[in-house]
Design a protein around this ligand. Sequence first.
Ligand SMILES: CC(C)(COP(=O)(O)OP(=O)(O)OC[C@H]1O[C@@H](n2cnc3c(N)ncnc32)[C@H](O)[C@@H]1OP(=O)(O)O)[C@@H](O)C(=O)NCCC(=O)NCCS
Length: 186
Amino acid sequence: MPGFAHFDPTAKGLAAPVSAVIRGATHDDLDPLAAFKLAVVTRSRDDWADMIDKSLEDDRLLLVADVEGEIAGFAQAHFLEQHSVDHGPEGFYLTGVTVLSNYRRAGLGRSFTVARLDWIRQRADEVWYFANADNRTSIQLHLEFGFEEVRRAQVLHGVTFDGGEGILFRASLDSGASREEVHARP
Ligand SMILES: CC(C)(COP(=O)(O)OP(=O)(O)OC[C@H]1O[C@@H](n2cnc3c(N)ncnc32)[C@H](O)[C@@H]1OP(=O)(O)O)[C@@H](O)C(=O)NCCC(=O)NCCS
């Protein structure tokens, strides 16, 4: 499936260790963010600038992984109202994570998820996430955080899915990984 990372349960990460700082995005990150080639959406530099400005509000988050000055990935979370048409539930959602292909399988996706769950845990006791049913890599990444399938749909929060089906997941935030774990594993 174009844009998705090849699902391989056996492959491991980078040969060399990666040490990343997971931090909020700033306007200094605009050029690298605008250079990301995204599978599902197209975002201009202005779109990113708008997202960075909005990420200063309390109901949304935009993180980057800074590897010695290189932006190796980004991840978002935000609050969504119940969708008036497809009835996607109201709540805090993990709304997208992308890691540059040469930094994949080194723990950055996991670090982004830990950091976003810590942020949501301060605001809610549950978290939502949805993915294309064919994106097995994304689904595998999220399973270890306790996400359970709620329902399958052609449209979720207005998003349609290449191949036709998305899966809505929910997790309780009673327990989980701690804030100290937000750096990529050595
Ligand atoms: C999904 C994505 C963000 C994962 O990022 P990552 O930094 O490579 O993920 P991590 O290294 O933190 O992997 C954590 C766990 O996820 C699972 N996983 C990650 N990549 C995998 C792959 N290619 N195949 C199978 N499982 C995988 C594994 O369980 C992995 O743990 P392990 O390495 O100890 O086995 C990355 O593949 C990506 O950017 N994909 C394209 C964009 C995308 O589909 N985003 C999700 C949209 S909902």
